[in-house]
Design a protein around this ligand. Structure first.
Ligand code: IMP
Length: 205
């Protein structure tokens, strides 16, 4: 049995830590929250999801001396040139609540013809071996759907009530969490990241 590798997750969200840790079972990685190390937050100044994910991971790696996983995600509406995109968490203004962001996007989507409401959730996940790692492992997850203007469902968070999932004929807020966690943008990105970690490293079994 090899040594367990400690990796820091560049997030303070306990839900994210739990979800990702569950998927890492078998990889001999121990995932630790950056909040355990009091890692200071950073400004998400990147112009893309991948830049922001790397900024977060680099910040966590620098402050902890550990390899780091960072992620960034959001929702894109085709007819809005990909907005809110990287601004998803602050669409209704800096510090806006999930509810305010949702209400704003519903109002904006109402102006778009019904057949032009193609939308997707995007998640970028990166793994940095150290803060100056020049070749991070990068994985992307994309979940296609349609924006609806009658939000429905109580599960999930953020824009889930307005994200209609055609294959399930309901919004992602109406999906049971165990289904969402298998098919979401985050799940897809994480599966790809894990496959690449498996290939790239001998995370000794
Ligand atoms: P972050 O990647 O945790 O910074 O999330 C960015 C923002 O994207 C969140 O605040 C939500 O507004 C939105 N978002 C990301 N993933 C989801 C999801 O699975 N459901 C609903 N909204 C999401």
């Amino acid at each position: 049995m090899g040594k367990i590798k400690r990796v820091v997750l560049a997030s303070n969200n306990p839900g994210k830590l739990r979800e990702i840790s569950e998927m890492l079972v078998g990889l001999h990685l121990e995932l630790l929250s950056q909040s355990e190390f009091k890692v200071p937050g950073i400004q998400e100044t990147g112009a893309t999801f991948v830049e922001n994910a790397i900024l977060k991971a680099r910040n966590a790696a620098r402050h902890t001396g550990l390899p780091a996983i960072g992620d960034d995600s959001g929702i894109e509406v085709d007819a809005l040139n990909g907005e809110p995109g990287i601004y998803s968490s602050r669409y209704a203004g800096e510090g806006a609540s999930d509810e305010a962001n949702l209400i704003k996007l519903v109002e904006v989507v109402r102006q778009i013809p019904e057949d032009k409401r193609i939308t997707r959730f995007i998640c970028l996940m990166v793994y940095l071996r150290h803060p100056t790692d020049p070749s991070p492992i990068i994985a992307e997850g994309i979940w296609e759907g349609i924006a609806v203007t009658e939000p429905k469902g109580k599960n999930g968070f953020g824009y889930d009530p307005m994200f209609f999932v055609p294959g399930y004929n309901c919004t992602s807020a109406e999906l049971p969490p165990e289904i969402k966690n298998q098919i979401s943008h985050r799940a897809q990105a994480l599966k790809k990241l894990i496959a690449q970690l498996n290939t790239a490293y001998t995370c000794a079994k």
